[in-house]
Design a protein around this ligand. Structure first.
Ligand code: MG
Length: 310
């Protein structure tokens, strides 16, 4: 795919993250955001991006340098311990399942793909939120089995329950179809059966959790049917609903950031998805210009799009 489109998709996700950071954990309809703000939940300046973006940058760095899975864990550790990939060399948030996986790697010395928590109660969105670069790298990969295997591995490093893995499969396979020009509604009508045909039995056993969202008419669900917590199923459904309802990337971000709950991650994913859906659009220039430490973002984004884009 084109480098310019890759760059646009990646920046959209980061803008979504920064947009959602100040209102993360707020209860729905107790606030309203209409433009990029700062302070709030984490008392960070306007334009600050969070762990969603940091772990995405770490994955980009790993993919750009053809790093191993062990190498990716070194980068995750650098983020958690020393503030690598953050706006100001300071880690202000990290999910507990990701932190647990990093400790599993460096304290318990587990193999990278065995570090994720396999518990049903560790089904947060911490893998889903960082996987967009993998979808971009796999956009030219024709074999679905290869795509799912890599998606499984990169998810299982932190989230090893089949429900989290299914969420990653559905998200990345929808992106894959849409990156090849398939409209969102068509993707929602065709991708589920394609995943179901090749996914592992224990992953397919989780299907019912996602089924309410896997319909071309998802945008007809009412807002109060959409939950926007950090539970991977809720985040997937909420981000998809925002993407399906929105006519612009900007609208997808606004819908997501105003849902309450895990606003930064829902907005990251919704913005990414919307940027794939609307390849000729860009996020508002003033929002992208508000991102802090643009040099650090570019230091990982530019080598990535140079290597994988054309
Ligand atoms: Mg975050």
């Amino acid at each position: 795919m084109q480098a310019a489109q890759m760059r646009q998709i990646l920046y959209a996700g980061i803008v979504g993250d920064a947009f959602g950071v100040p209102v993360e954990f707020n209860e729905r309809d107790t606030y309203r955001v209409t433009t990029m703000t700062g302070q709030g939940t984490w008392e960070q300046p306007r334009g600050s991006w969070s762990d969603d973006t940091s772990l995405t940058l770490a994955l980009m760095d790993n993919l750009t340098t053809d790093g191993t899975y062990a190498d990716l864990f070194e980068r995750f550790q650098a983020f958690m311990m020393w503030g690598a990939y953050t706006p100001r060399d300071e880690t202000f948030d990290i999910g507990k399942t990701c932190a647990h996986a990093i400790r599993n790697r460096f304290i318990n010395q587990l193999a990278p793909t065995a570090c994720g928590d396999p518990s049903e109660f560790a089904n947060g969105n911490g893998a889903l939120m960082r996987l967009a670069p993998l979808a971009l790298v796999l956009s030219d990969e024709a074999d679905i089995t290869t795509r799912l295997q890599l998606t499984r591995d990169y998810t299982a490093m932190t989230h090893r329950h089949p429900r989290a893995i299914l969420g990653s499969y559905l998200y990345l396979e929808c992106l894959h179809a849409m990156l090849s020009g398939v409209p969102l509604r068509t993707a929602l009508a065709t991708v589920p059966a394609q995943v179901q045909a090749v996914a592992e039995p224990e992953v397919i056993a989780e299907w019912a959790h996602y089924a309410p969202y896997l319909t071309p008419t998802i945008s007809e669900l009412s807002r109060n049917q959409i939950r926007s917590t950090g539970y991977v199923v809720d985040t997937f459904g909420a981000a998809l609903w925002c993407t399906a309802k929105a006519q612009t990337i900007q609208e997808a971000i606004l819908l997501a950031a105003n849902l309450g709950g895990d606003t930064d991650t829902v907005a990251t994913i919704a913005a990414t998805w919307a940027a794939v859906r609307y390849p000729t659009q860009t996020v508002p220039t003033s929002w992208q210009a508000a991102l802090v430490n643009p040099a650090r973002l570019a230091a990982y984004i530019e080598p990535f799009v140079t290597k994988f884009g054309h």
